[in-house]
Design a protein around this ligand. Sequence first.
Ligand SMILES: C[S@@+](CC[C@H](N)C(=O)[O-])C[C@H]1O[C@@H](n2cnc3c(N)ncnc32)[C@H](O)[C@@H]1O
Length: 213
Amino acid sequence: MKPYPDLTAYVRDLFVPRDAELEAILEEIPSTGLPAISIKPEEGRFLQFLVRAISARRALEIGTLGGYSGIWIARGLAPGGRLLTLEVEAKHAQVARQNFIRAGVADLVEIRMGNAHQSLQELSGEPEFDFIFIDAEKTGYPAYMDWALEHVRLGGVIAAHNAFRKGSVAGLAAQDQYTEVTDAFNRKAAAEARLISTIFPAGDGTLVAVKVS
Ligand SMILES: C[S@@+](CC[C@H](N)C(=O)[O-])C[C@H]1O[C@@H](n2cnc3c(N)ncnc32)[C@H](O)[C@@H]1O
């Protein structure tokens, strides 16, 4: 009997490369006073895969926290690529900065402080992004998706964390205050003709969408 209590453990064991520093970063984020809401390792691997699959050079993340997902994204970038990650909390940005250094990706990442809605307005005149990862406040998701649709290149990918909301979007767990907005966000992505989208069951569900027109 192999030591896999579930398929997630199997996938993680096979496909998430062992990296003691990255594992320590994830484990230590809550002890710095930040919430334990980083993405899961297998979701990180999925983001890295997506970024590399489209040879992304311009990546954007909305919601940095301690930098864990940003490290995965940065490690997927095509040569010469860069990640811009948006964060409103100074303490989170400070922890992330240290973690980007620890993971050896600090040269590839810029953290932009401030409310992401404001930062996005300021970014509107810049070249399009290849990859956009949405992982900030849930109520902001619809607006973030609207912005992403206008600012991701044709063939670029938009991803968003927590699409399953622990199963509550499908009635498989008790609803919480964000179930409705998450369900509405998923439906908006599904109905958007300019996107081919789906939810990949990594972590708490990763909504993924490729812009096709
Ligand atoms: C779920 S955490 C991000 C986790 C991170 N992507 C990871 O997995 O490593 C959400 C982050 O978004 C930040 N955030 C929330 N609302 C924001 C806003 N309006 N603008 C910028 N950042 C925001 C929070 O401070 C928090 O650090």
